[in-house]
Design a binder for this molecule. Structure first.
Ligand code: ZN
Length: 430
């Protein structure tokens, strides 16, 4: 792919402040050789409204009732492969006179899915993966890396997103070493205040919060000390915290009271001993108080942090997720139990959440948290940022992080995304 390297006129590409989406998006469009006009024909919003979406030069120029977005002379045919693409080709599209029509019959459309908890720094093992493998190929147009990198490597993560089709934000790990080791808060000297402040300042377009993993295997004998430091850094940087919870010590009742409005608890449905629900499935008081003061609940499914039993109890007591995220990385993508965003979303269908609420948890809710409402809507004049997916009546077995299995009769399947001026077909198991 063409890269302008250090001569690149786009500031965000040089690792300094710039418009993360607008300018790189335009450059990516040029690089990709986007279509003049792309029409998503016959797609359905989650409320059932059937529409055509007309996109020109990567921007939505019209949203019409079905059929009205297509010029009269254009025929729509199924299964005609025309558009060439590095990542995949639309299989139901045809191109005439610079107009490509994708027949989306049977598909839903939403704004591009946002995954609030991923590990997108491939160099780190085990918690790493390639950006587009866990992004656009999954139907996810925006990923938020959940603290893979601290101050030592955040520049490399920020730069790597320029090679990808997926948009990227990040939580900065308060430990400068990030997930180079998985006990990154066991030595308090790895929390370097000056480096945190400098990183936040330099990468303000990318960094949306600070990450602190507060469980025994990460903090060692330090208890809640790293979280107290994280709180002080949050005040200084005016950035919210994402806090990973897991095994004690520290006990969960010491952790949660330190969280404030807009902070995120990730892994809130974990089934570990130190979880947020008691043995009868009732939410602990610290959780109820946290919800009441505006702490945000995020799923962060992961290899070890999503339990059907806990999720059922949470639903019963009305403790719904604000955002549904995967905590995906190479291992749990290839071998489960995460596999893909669609797989995680299908688990929430099985739990009985309505489709509209599930999709809101990966679109509007996440976009609002990010302070980017444009990423959570479909509106004429906006840069096109869309996910196409289907709801299939199909039997499948879904597995949680405890190894428990449930049989479902419905699956959400990601079919494609339109982002950065290009349609990309999804390539994942459901
Ligand atoms: Zn994680």
């Amino acid at each position: 792919m063409l890269c302008w390297g250090s001569n690149c006129p786009v500031p965000a590409y040089q690792g300094i402040k710039g418009g993360l989406f607008e300018l790189p998006y335009l450059l990516k469009c040029v690089v990709k050789g986007m279509d003049d006009r792309f029409i998503l024909h016959n797609v359905k919003r989650v409320d059932g409204e059937e529409i055509d979406i007309v996109i020109e030069d990567g921007r939505i120029i019209g949203i019409t009732p079905v059929g009205q977005g297509i010029p009269a002379q254009t025929q729509v045919e199924n299964d005609t492969t025309t558009a060439d693409d590095r990542l995949g080709t639309p299989s139901q599209s045809q191109s005439v006179d610079g107009i490509t029509v994708y027949d989306g019959q049977g598909s839903y459309v939403s704004s591009g899915w946002i995954d609030m908890h991923v590990h997108a720094f491939p160099e780190f093992d085990p918690y790493g993966d390639e950006i587009d493998e866990i992004g656009v190929k999954q139907g996810v147009t925006t990923i938020v890396d959940a603290g893979s990198c601290g101050a030592d490597r955040i520049m490399d993560l920020a730069r790597s997103s320029q090679e990808a089709m997926t948009n990227l934000f990040a939580f900065l790990n308060i430990s400068r070493i990030g997930l180079k080791r998985i006990d990154e808060l066991s030595n308090l000297e790895w929390i370097d205040r000056g480096k945190v402040l400098a990183s936040v300042d330099t990468f303000s377009d990318v960094i949306v919060g600070l990450k602190a993993r507060i469980s025994n295997s990460v903090v060692g004998g330090n208890g809640v000390k790293p979280l107290q430091t994280a709180r002080r850094l949050s005040i200084e940087t005016e950035l919210p915290l994402m806090v990973h919870i897991g095994s004690a010590p520290p006990d969960i009742t010491e952790v949660i009271p330190l969280l404030e409005r807009k902070d995120i608890i990730t892994h809130y449905l974990n089934g570990k001993k130190n979880k947020l629900f008691d043995e009868q499935g009732q939410p602990l008081q610290v959780l109820q108080e946290a919800v009441a003061r505006g702490v945000h609940l995020d799923v962060g499914h992961g290899t070890a942090s999503f339990s059907f039993q806990v999720a059922e109890a949470a639903k019963q007591y009305g403790i719904s997720p604000n955002t549904i995220s995967t905590d995906i990385y190479r291992g749990n993508r290839l071998n489960g139990p995460v596999y893909s965003m669609a797989n995680v979303l299908s688990k929430f269908l099985l739990l009985g959440y309505p489709l509209e609420q599930i999709i809101a948890a990966v679109t509007t809710n996440a976009a609002e948290w990010l302070g980017r409402p444009d990423l959570g809507r479909i509106r004429t004049g906006d840069v096109a940022n869309l996910t196409l997916f289907s709801l299939e009546q199909e039997s499948a077995i879904l597995t949680d992080s405890e190894g428990e299995q449930r049989t479902t009769n419905q699956l959400i399947k990601a079919k494609g995304v339109y982002t950065n001026g290009t349609f990309i077909k999804c390539e994942v198991r459901p």
